[in-house]
Design a protein around this ligand. Sequence first.
Ligand SMILES: *Cc1c(COP(=O)(O)O)cnc(C)c1O
Length: 344
Amino acid sequence: MKIIDLRSDTVTMPTPEMREAMFKAKVGDDVYGEDPTINELEKKAAQIMGKEAALFVISGTMGNQIAVKTHTNPGDEIILEENSHILIYEVGGIAAISGVQPRPLKGERGVLNVEDIKKAIRPDDIHQPSTTLICLENTHNRAGGTVIPLQTMKEIKALAKEHGIPVHLDGARVFNAAVALGVDVSEIARYADSVMFCLSKGLCAPVGSVLVGDQEFIGRARKYRKMFGGGIRQGGILAAAGLIALERMTKRLEEDHANARFLAENLAEIPGITVDLETVQTNIVFHDIEKTGLNGYEYTQKLKEFGIMINPAPKTLRMVTHWGITREDICYTLEVIEKIVKGG
Ligand SMILES: *Cc1c(COP(=O)(O)O)cnc(C)c1O
């Protein structure tokens, strides 16, 4: 039986071209700055993002945590969205590693309101912590892969600049955002001082993310990467796949978005299933099965019997499209769901 794995775009395998490139990669000791493939990846990433410099890191979490550490001092306060990855899924790292306190704000489909940020920035007061960072997430994972409008990014950046506060963008899926907005990714990155993006999700690299920013920031971030145990020696083996992710795989994301849209629109037609189509902007689809009377755990178990994998949850379930998921797979998935919902 074919397995259709819709749990996440992190399940993507390296492409045959990546494996070939990894086999042939020129490598050196990256802690000495001598890995030519990592150096090439960092140079390309900085260029594509329109920033001065880049740092190859092991994971998106490591990239975000290094960014927070580099931008802040212990006791500072950082503003972020209440369902952001940095707040929910990074094991409390900002508290444990950087000693900062979060100021979570409620976003609208993952998008923060500029006025809310303005009100949350601390005044210069001997009693209060200093607001020293604003974190954004584009696309927003928990909100369903939603995109921050460019105008909003621009306004947040202008406000932050007025207060001398840097903006960090968790752009794990920022290439999906660029495709959805129909702009070059640097048009998004220009409204952030630092950006982290993942090579290992929809872009299919086996391991790795990149943090970009100005020369001075990346210089200090590089030292923190070492502190965090992220000096990666002959990591060019990984960067070789990353280069293909960056240069080739970013060009095919439209297909994932079209498949997600097709999936969402057809799911919404199945009696008892609810989909907020407004949130389906990229490669993530959430659907609510509460009105079908089914239990989410039984539902995911039944899907598994047909070779379809999604993460179990009580009633709102996520599906993510990616390289290797075809339109036929989506059609088959829809047929199976219809059958399960009808009690067949
Ligand atoms: C996946 C993800 C990360 C972290 O990436 P890992 O490589 O899994 O550590 C950070 N932010 C967002 C929005 C993500 O979806």
